[in-house]
Design a protein around this ligand. Sequence first.
Ligand code: SF4
Length: 315
Amino acid sequence: MYLAVSGCLLGENIRYNGGHTHDRFITDALGKYAQFVSFCPEHLAFGTPRDSLRLVSDKESVTVHNNKTLEDITSRLIETSKAELDKISQQPICGIILKAKSPSCGLGSAVIYRTNGYAQSKGDGVFAKMCKEHLPLVPIEEEARLIDPWLRENFIMQIFAYEDFETFKATHPAMKELVTFHQSYKFMLQSKNDQNYRKLGNIVANQAKKPFEEILLDYEVLFKQTIGHKSSIAKTRNVLEHMAGFLKKCINDVEKRTLHDQIHDYAHKIIPLITPLSTLHMLAKEYQVEYLLDQKFLHPYPKELALRSDIRSGK
Ligand code: SF4
């Protein structure tokens, strides 16, 4: 998998002061599964070290200024941001991780100043805004938000599902394969947005008899939008109960009680999600319930990341 990442998060000494903001989760944990495409529109424009920048808003627009000289350097930063966007777009990236608070990379966290020098609000940095506009379906997050176990789990699930769809698409599938793909994502999609799961089912059902290429494109857009939704404990509990329903005819009373108790305890934040999921997985294996075993929701990303072992990964 390719991930585009702010170069300073990868440990490159390219911040305005010649330093970095190395993020160990990205390089050490995600680095086992991803190749990084580094970018830094500011280094490309002004070199390192350089004067720091700020976003300034007048009534008409937001511009970028040198903090020391106050020179308007908007057009130069736009130019290099476009070049970096081109660079990352040429790779099959499955996600973008940006450095928070930067006037270039901040995603909703860049401080925007008034012309009188006072902070006015927060918004997107120049490069972050461009990424959102030009790559609207690509998963995108800031490293600062990924500290939150719930946002982290959602983002990691999203990038692996995104990669899975890209791999699937590259196999030149036909309708039969799309149906199987959709079925395998049933519970993950329901944990994100049940309404969209149903809409995706309607796309696959193809009652309008559209050509397959059109169906696949419609499916891709809504699928990628849906995996970007955040799960919740309530939605996940529904999914767990639904999954347990597939086992009810084969499991015994003790197994049923255990599973029910674990789902209850998960919903009340007493135990993490991995506990009922492991039980579901074990029972599905024991009773050979293939439909459950094929569900991506049981193994959405490498288990070594252990994100569902954290009780705070549910909200
Ligand atoms: S422009 Fe982005 S990548 Fe470059 S130093 Fe600033 S935050 Fe890091």
